[in-house]
Design a protein around this ligand. Structure first.
Ligand code: S3P
Length: 444
């Protein structure tokens, strides 16, 4: 097996290419978990076939739910809200997927026997206490390893609704509470900092779950009523803007290039990166916009930027750009002036310590960068910087976004890059390298 990929030259211009990116990861995992709780057959089209989604599928199958993954669709045969077949000594492996691990816990608050949840080298370093705390209030019992995996979860016959304050701006925490609320009789009330709202939209527009959402300026108020039955649903999963972001940034940083990305989910709670790139002077437009089950889908047009300007960003867009900050840092390094970003501690709680890795990679690229108070970062950008001979990206816990960021940096900067763990990108974007090659990238 190959140990690394090697990129040794910049990408040459790509004129008006049209590409698609695979289905949205957040929506794909939510589809698998939520459809398993319905009473009947659900079908998803364009589901993402990445390792994270396969982890979700394997675990739901272990709970006695039939799932058929076909070439063009995925069928899930739900057995109702309380239809999982709980076996003794069941072990569920969430692999690399934080979303799977955390949301899965919420579907198990009625488990009859203790269920063990494990994960890979990266996932066992991540905080589970953020979902364990609220799920305990519903009545579930946990044995954990200082708030980390592996954990044992045992459900309760007498689950009850809760009142919960979500302070991290984490869609995973909010969604875990919302899904657990389904398995109670009564109304769960959540006050949460804004974060991606796919679960709210699915509840309202696909599952017909009684839900109230009030969007205040600084937080959302959400009420979910537990149910006895959820009707099955079909879903056409749009492209993932977090995957599209790599190609948007590649285009911006390449010369004389234009790109159209078809059928991408441009839900406002996900497109912080586009707002930020536009503030920096990038030319990006949405067109063919349409609404689908509450989500907004559109095509994205982007072209090379001639001049990019530095920005000082407050934290209001942090949650809507949470998975894209490595790319934002890369663009900031090419901006005219000094950019700053604040309150990014959540970045160091992802698949790897992304804030620290961002700094490390920029330093490797000869960019002046410092970590500031408040878990912020300051980046001294310049239009060109000297290209070093060798860049080696290694030991990054196989974080898919570090791998893809490094490939984009290599293709827009030049130099001789070796990026280890060449399969990392399969976690979220299995066709990443293929798509790059279709645009003319030379990758060995
Ligand atoms: C996700 C939410 C985000 C994001 C993750 C997917 C989701 O995590 O980083 O990749 O699908 O809800 P947090 O909610 O923990 O910020």
């Amino acid at each position: 097996m190959r140990k690394f990929i090697s990129i040794q030259q910049k990408i040459v211009k790509f004129k008006k290419k049209i590409i698609s990116v695979p289905g949205d990861k957040s929506l794909s995992i939510r589809f698998i978990l939520l459809s398993s709780l319905t009473q009947g057959k659900c079908i998803a089209y364009n589901i993402l076939k990445s390792e994270d989604v396969i982890s979700a599928i394997k675990n739901i199958k272990k709970l006695g739910i039939k799932i058929v993954l076909k070439e063009s669709n995925c069928e899930v045969y739900g057995k109702g809200l309380f239809g999982y077949k709980y076996k003794k000594n069941l072990v569920l492996d969430a692999g690399n997927s934080g979303t799977t691990a955390r949301l899965l816990c919420s579907t198990l608050i009625d488990a009859k026997f203790p269920i063990k949840i494990i994960g890979d080298k990266s996932l066992i370093k991540r905080d589970m206490s953020r979902v364990i705390k609220p799920l305990k209030l519903f009545g579930a019992k946990f044995k954990d390893n200082n708030g980390k995996l592996p954990i044992l979860i045992e459900g309760s016959k007498f689950t009850k609704p809760i009142n919960y304050k979500e302070n991290l701006g984490s869609a995973q925490c909010k969604s875990a509470v919302m899904i657990a609320a389904l398995k109670t009789f009564g109304t769960t009330k959540i006050k949460s900092l804004p974060s991606r709202n796919h679960t709210e939209l699915l509840f309202k527009n696909a599952l017909n779950v009684p839900i109230k959402v009030i969007n205040k300026k600084k937080y959302d108020l959400i009420e979910v009523k537990g149910k006895s039955e959820i009707k099955p649903f079909d879903y056409k999963i749009p492209g993932d803007v977090s995957s599209a972001a790599f190609f948007i940034v590649l285009t911006i940083l390449s010369k004389n290039s234009k790109l159209i990305l078809k059928n991408v989910n441009i839900n406002p709670s996900r497109v912080g990166i586009i707002t930020i790139l536009k503030m920096m002077g990038a030319k990006i437009k949405f067109f063919n916009k349409k609404k689908y089950k509450g989500e907004i889908i559109g095509d994205i047009f982007v072209e090379s930027a001639n001049r990019l300007k530095a920005i000082n960003l407050n934290s209001s867009l942090n949650s809507s750009a949470i998975d894209e900050f490595l790319l934002i840092f890369l663009v900031a390094s090419k901006c005219d002036g000094v950019s700053s970003f604040v309150r990014l501690s959540e970045l160091n709680k992802k698949e790897s310590k992304r804030l620290d890795w961002g700094i490390k990679i920029l330093k490797m690229m000869n960019v002046k960068v410092i970590k500031t108070k408040n878990n912020g970062i300051k980046i001294w950008g310049r239009k060109t910087f000297p290209v070093k001979k060798k860049y080696i990206i290694k030991n990054y816990l196989k974080d898919h976004r570090i791998f893809m960021l490094s490939a984009i940096a290599a293709l827009s900067l030049g130099g001789n890059w070796k990026i280890y763990d060449p399969n990392s990108f399969k976690t979220s974007f299995p066709t990443f390298l293929k798509t790059l090659i279709s645009l003319g990238a030379k990758i060995k």
